[in-house]
Design a binder for this molecule. Sequence first.
Ligand SMILES: CC(C)(COP(=O)(O)OP(=O)(O)OC[C@H]1O[C@@H](n2cnc3c(N)ncnc32)[C@H](O)[C@@H]1OP(=O)(O)O)[C@@H](O)C(=O)NCCC(=O)NCCS
Length: 157
Amino acid sequence: MRIRTLTAADAPALLRLYQAFSDEVNRYFRPFETVTLEVLRDHLERGDAGEHLTLGVAEPDGSLWGHGFVLGIRGERPVFGIGLHQDLIGKGWGRRLMEAVINAADASGAPLVTLTVLKENHRAVSLYESMGFELRGDCTFRMENDSHYMERRRTAP
Ligand SMILES: CC(C)(COP(=O)(O)OP(=O)(O)OC[C@H]1O[C@@H](n2cnc3c(N)ncnc32)[C@H](O)[C@@H]1OP(=O)(O)O)[C@@H](O)C(=O)NCCC(=O)NCCS
């Protein structure tokens, strides 16, 4: 299992990952309004074009166990997201994948990365804080002000 950049060729494997997410993972992680092969291929093609950063935790056979990304890496407010298959949670892969995505964001020169996270998702909030994200306000996911808005400014020159 290793972390690598995803390409449009990973669309079917990414669809299988999203279709396999448990209810609990889906409760916290819903980056796409609807999940179809077309939606995920479009996301990955935008990655190929340099619009997004999009990485995965991948097996040698091509199957995927985690997805981490920054949407709109060249925009004013790039947005980070991460989700692992439930079988991988709590084993250090979230931190490793996040480090790889944030290192790629830093290398791209993006001065700012933002995210939103449900306040009750303590595991994710503590991971984000340890990666240099700071609480910047409340926002709404399913219920009013149920989420934190967080930002990280690049520290390297
Ligand atoms: C959030 C997520 C990416 C974290 O990845 P993970 O592999 O489970 O986490 P890791 O094992 O890498 O642990 C990372 C950190 O989380 C924190 N953490 C782990 N378990 C925790 C727990 N039960 N409670 C609070 N914090 C916890 C620790 O700070 C840990 O840091 P450490 O490396 O110093 O121990 C993963 O759990 C996940 O995909 N969850 C479901 C989807 C989701 O919540 N996505 C985020 C939506 S905003």
